[in-house]
Ligand binder design. Sequence first.
Ligand code: GMT
Length: 374
Amino acid sequence: MKIGITCYPTYGGSGVIATELGKELAIRGHEVHFISYALPFRLSHYIENIFFHEVEISSYPLFEFPLYSLTLASKMSEVAEFEKLDLLHVHYAIPHAASAFLAKEMLKKNKELKIITTLHGTDITLVGLEPSFLPLVKFSIEKSDGVTAVSRFLREKTITNYSCENEINVIPNFVDSDLFKPNNCDEFRKSVAPNGEKILVHTSNFRIVKRVADTIRIFEKVQKKIPSKLVLVGDGPDRSECERLCRQLDLYDKVRFLGKQDGLVEILASSDLFLIPSQSESFGLAALEAMSCGLPVISSSVGGLPELVRHNETGYIAEIGDIERMAKYSIELFTNEKKYKLFSEAARERAVNKFDKNKVVPQYEDYYKKILGT
Ligand code: GMT
């Protein structure tokens, strides 16, 4: 198949999934055309069958605001026509699904371009609900030829919040379990925890919904009982506030803010426990990557997290904001070696058996065939 993919190319779960999907599809012999304003960050080296089409943004003085959605629509129709795309798969509804609809309409006379929209999270649960976006999100979902959501939770939310009547297929996030695998990288561990401390880790874009401050408060309780360190990977609007909190709690020498990191596998594989106390999480790709490295996960009970984390098996789940309980669960795992080992193995096993790329990417291929009627 000849497949167009549009996503946000910067850090963020939807961009990661879109890029990894494109890479896998290319390996499986499909021709993949990424269409976005920048090269997706996980697409840094040449791969046969993958093409990138940059959307240029006009800076004409009359346009006080960049007209990205419109230039994207033009680029989508141009690429679809000249590269003879079979379908366009857009990730994150806003504005990608609306631009895709425009592109489809522009091409209508010459070719029928199928549009598949994958809903990822805040496009549905947060920003999409704003009154200025809601009618457009509903419209673009309804105009898509196929719609997928990354969890059952997100499918239900879409149906309830937007009264959509389309069939929404659930295809979960996936991980490359050959890459994200347990592997004690001594160098990182020695540098962060030279005295054999336990390492707790959290990776996110430091937005309010991630509740990174809860992560720090959980750690504050854990380190009182267990010699430990906290590693925070990523960057975003809440980071400065979190750094302040660490100083206030006198934790600064026990918490490492690493910022955005390319070597995520090494960091996860050298750590002991993953914390994800989010306020909203439609799936929790970061937790899946950690599980694949053999890390038990302590999470909040929101969104799609309970579809990923098995309570009392691959980790523990607690109510949003229940810092006390999440700390208690962490301490329990660190003080019971046998339980820790069982949880670690179960986490890895669940990632491999349910969410490996080889299990999930074929679900997308089958869905494409269904939508194309082939
Ligand atoms: O909202 C974000 O944190 C980024 C967002 C995205 O679309 O880039 O992440 C969402 O999509 C990921 C990939 O499907 C999911 O794993 C995340 O759970 C989801 N984030 C939220 O729902 C908050």
